[in-house]
Design a protein around this ligand. Sequence first.
Ligand SMILES: [Zn+2]
Length: 245
Amino acid sequence: MPATYETEAVVLRSIRYSEADAVLALSTREKGRVSAIAKGARKTTSRLGGRLQPGVLALVSIHEGRGDLGTIRAASVIDAHAGLWTEGHRLQSAACVLETVMRVMPEYEPSEEAWHLLTRTLALLARAPAPPGPARLDPLVLGCQAKLLVVSGLLPLLTVCARCGAGPPLPAFSAASGGAVCDGCGAGAEPVEPGALAALAQLVGRPLSEAAEALPRESAAGTERLIGLVLREHLGVRLRSAAPL
Ligand SMILES: [Zn+2]
């Protein structure tokens, strides 16, 4: 039955739909990830258009039609995360986070944990100065991705062998087996960069605000790779914003 609901939402993506309209992918607090059309959003005079850019947190009113695509009836910005736009690097980091949520979180499955993680990450990105290095290796990006693995039930075993239960050393990783593997169980597993398992565990265990301290810079690429291997194995997802595996 058609109905209109109001929810807090973060714009994940905006795609041109017609001359005047845009289709938005939204992460909503009430319903999880949804798609909705913003009519007239591309007109320069639009009341919606300028507001609903990727990364913006807004209160939106969505009318559910018969199909999968709702229609945005009204929107008011709660936090535009203006700090993201003042420095290119932070906008890129935010884009990595938005893409991850877009690809990892299922449609119509609300998760309060995922919602808090997304809004917290964007708020921190908008406030903190950009660290050196590529945006995709920003500790806040990898910290958010690591915690999304937990939210999605995909966190691999990091401290014992996923095949036999032995303790360290764990020089390899098998996403298919569920985590790190020891020397004896390493057949078919991927080599793991030293420090990456510990860094991923630290990112999971510590608050997002401490991501920079949790992630030694030399372990960032190896940690990104572990996350990428898990997403590829379990969700069939390869993030465009991440380095190729
Ligand atoms: Zn083993």
